[in-house]
Design a protein. Sequence first.
Length: 211
Amino acid sequence: MNPVDLVLRGSFPSVMVPTREPVELMRAPGERLLIASNGVFLEINRPWIRLVRRLASFEWSTPVPYGEAMELTELPCGAVPAELVVEFARMARLALPNEVGAWIVWDELAKRFRLVPLPALSHGPGHLHYERPDLREGEWLVVDCHSHGSGQAYFSATDNRDDQHDVKFALVLGRCHRQPTIALRLCAKGRFELAGEVPLKWVAALAGDLK
């Protein structure tokens, strides 16, 4: 096999889902394909998340002698603290009318979260360009936050391009001069899943911060 293809196979392997035992867990951060009797699945593994999503189903019914796979979402890091979302909301109010950004990161060694402000290369009421920060050893991006100033919270075409290759939650706060509106989604290598609801602890903490 071509040496380049060997490297690619090692970095993004395909794995048969066994029929009589669970598929072996990934030992390191990365991605792989799970080939199952019910389709082809993408598995993503990070210290803070394990994610399995169906990529494709078979076009016709054919006996594939493999086991079945299931979609799942596991968050070993636990819930993102509401106080960090409040801290970002305060940053957003101070930056008005301009947009601002920050990351909420997970330290797999210390088992804790922290908020990392993003140095802006340029920003205004309708745009934000920033440098990706250098994280400490063992830290992973979990929530990519940015504000929309006094505008509504939503995900733009620019956000879609920026989020295309990441594994993270994306959070947008709008109407930052009052109780903010919130847009939240999971980004997984080009798949975007809008949150059915924002965590209630976040909503309550944001409301309490304005009292």
